[in-house]
Design a protein around this ligand. Structure first.
Ligand code: ZN
Ligand code: ZN
Length: 394
């Protein structure tokens, strides 16, 4: 250490790689801890949820070190760490979780009750998530290391699949949770809203869970073309706004068993303007009676950039009666990464889930992070993976 660099948020549309302090084994409020590990970051991805901050759509403060999708090598462990050791290659769930509270004990690690004084749930490098320092950096500190870290069984094998395994920290378990909570099973008809990386991860998850057909809707032609290339049925929302018709053309009826919202609150309608509830209303319209809706897309409680007054405090114009009348199930919230990442790791290691290809993983140096953010924000059909030590390029 001594040469730490990280991606720092400097205000709307501005991130920069800067020299930052080396990580210390202490909580965001400065309490020393002995259950932590320090990682040398092997790969760390740019995420759509980072974009919400960078676009100025959250209350993120300048100076925040970004990055919650982290894979790394353990270089130091605290005195109370028993299960991981120096040299281990590990995946870090983006949820910071204590492993001790009621939610963690129920495997609901996305809403850990102790790692964030402001609300349930913590994350690295994210506004309102407890102040844990982000991992788009050369080094990072992980608390409760025994509980949080997933160790890869074989380092050389893992490095050969690192572009896939790097997706275990967030988007793959996030998409998988969307598919599981939308109750995708053998023969399901599935519609995924949003052909970005999480949408593609949800689609790949639906496929491995046995879906008969997986449609992905988006406005972005490049993203739709990529989705088609990796085996999903594209639905081009720029054509018209009669989504039911487009789905009927694929499955013979204007509805699906399972709907997965991978768009979230920055949704827009066919007319072009932002409509934060448009995907949720589509979900209720398109999902069959007694069908299920998974909502891994992010919704917020405060949105300083909202187009509607109510949406500034997260109040959306939902036609909720439609969902009620059809006895639909909804599931919201962050994925509890730890519930799924070990199984998904095995699926990757045994060539069952080519997630890097599906999301078009694209490796760039840490120092080019700002260009990656810009290109991703412009809608590139890519998932950017930062390579802080040049280990992936090698
Ligand atoms: Zn993420
Ligand atoms: Zn907890």
């Amino acid at each position: 250490m001594g040469d730490n660099r990280g991606v720092v948020y400097l205000g709307r549309d501005k991130v920069e790689v800067q020299s930052i302090d080396d990580p210390k084994m202490e909580t965001p409020d400065g309490r020393l801890i002995t259950h932590a590990a320090i990682l040398k970051v092997v790969s760390t991805n740019i995420c759509g949820s980072d974009q919400h901050m960078v676009r100025g759509r959250t209350t993120a403060q300048q100076g925040l070190v970004l990055g919650h999708e982290i894979t790394g090598e353990v270089i130091e462990v605290g005195a109370d760490v028993e299960m991981v050791a120096k040299g281990d290659l590990v995946s870090v769930p983006f949820n910071v979780a204590c492993g001790r509270c009621q939610c963690c004990r129920e495997q609901n690690t996305g809403v850990c009750l102790t790692v964030n004084p402001a609300r349930p749930g913590g994350a690295y490098g994210y506004v309102d998530m407890g102040g844990w320092i982000g991992g788009q950096a050369r080094y990072v500190m992980i608390p409760y290391a025994d509980f949080n870290l997933l160790r890869f069984p074989d380092k050389a094998q893992a490095m050969s699949k690192i572009r896939d395994l790097t997706m275990l920290s967030d988007i793959l378990p996030t998409g998988f949770h969307g598919a599981v909570t939308a109750k995708v099973g053998v023969g399901s008809t599935v519609y995924v809203a949003g052909a970005g990386p999480v949408g593609l991860a949800a689609a790949a998850s639906a496929r491995i869970l046995g879906a008969a057909v997986v449609m992905i809707g988006d406005f972005n032609a490049d993203r739709l073309a990529h989705a088609a290339k990796v085996g999903f049925t594209p639905v081009d929302l720029s054509k018209h706004d009669r989504l039911g018709e487009m789905v009927e053309a694929v499955v013979g009826r204007p509805e699906v068993d399972s709907f997965i919202d991978c768009v979230g609150f920055e949704a827009r309608g066919h007319a072009g303007g932002e409509q934060p509830a448009v995907v949720l209303n589509q979900a209720m319209a398109l999902t069959r009676a007694a069908g299920s809706i998974g909502i891994p897309g992010l919704y917020v409680t405060e949105d300083p950039g909202a187009v509607e007054e109510g949406a500034r405090t997260g109040n959306l114009s939902l036609r909720f009666g439609q969902g009620w009348a059809k006895s639909q199930s909804f599931h919201t919230g962050q994925t509890p990464t730890l519930r799924y990442n070990r199984q998904l790791m095995q699926a990757i290691l045994h060539d069952r889930l080519p997630i890097a290809e599906v999301v078009n993983a694209t490796v760039i140096p840490l120092e080019q992070a700002a260009e990656g953010y810009k290109s991703f924000d412009d809608g590139a059909a890519k998932k950017f993976v930062l390579d802080p030590h040049g280990l992936l390029a090698a």
